[in-house]
Design a protein around this ligand. Structure first.
Ligand code: ZN
Length: 179
């Protein structure tokens, strides 16, 4: 049978690139964060685009969260600010990964701070793909980029298009039959 004459045979393409797919996954992970001010998510994938681990910023695992502060008023001592207790998304993803992360790519919704950059370089990720770089020009950001440059870790910004987000939104609503 000549399939070119059959109307069931036609070319289709995914609406999503792998980069967009994993950035959306990182965005979904960030949605799970309870932080009322900044929600960050990350996803690590191997060379074959298989997801290895994920994380979001949150309090230390296993600690009674009701006893910890979510506020970030720096006029209070660090002991009474969230910064004393929050574990960043990349650190959580690395801590809870069941797999070795050497050579993996890290998709993260916010460019990593220098503390996370140390961890990312130590586990030898190959690339960091980020959504926002809102802390650029800060000392922490500059140090993080220096660490990545010294470690040979590539980094690039990726912003899913508004059309893609709209198309995803339509798709989700359609799946739940509330469009
Ligand atoms: Zn960090």
């Amino acid at each position: 049978m000549n399939t070119s004459d059959n109307s069931n045979y036609f070319q289709v393409e995914s609406k999503l690139s792998w980069d967009e797919y994993f950035m959306l996954q990182a965005m979904m992970a960030s949605f799970k964060s309870k932080d009322p001010a900044t929600k960050v998510g990350s996803v690590f994938v191997d060379q074959n685009n298989r997801q290895l681990t994920m994380g979001y910023n949150g309090f230390i695992s296993g600690i009674d969260e009701t006893k910890l502060p979510w506020g970030k008023d720096k006029s209070q001592p660090l002991e009474h600010q969230k910064y004393g207790y929050v574990v960043h998304s990349e650190a959580n993803a690395i801590l809870h990964s069941p797999r070795n992360l050497g050579g993996s790519k890290c998709y993260v919704t916010l460019f990593p701070c220098h503390e996370c950059a140390k961890l990312l370089a130590s586990v030898k990720v190959s690339e960091v793909i980020f959504l926002s770089d809102k802390h650029k020009e800060t000392e922490s950001n500059t140090i993080a980029k220096r660490i990545f440059d010294l470690a040979g870790i590539k980094y690039k910004q990726l912003t899913p298009s508004k059309e893609l987000i709209q198309s995803l939104n339509d798709h989700l609503l359609n799946l739940t039959n509330i469009l």
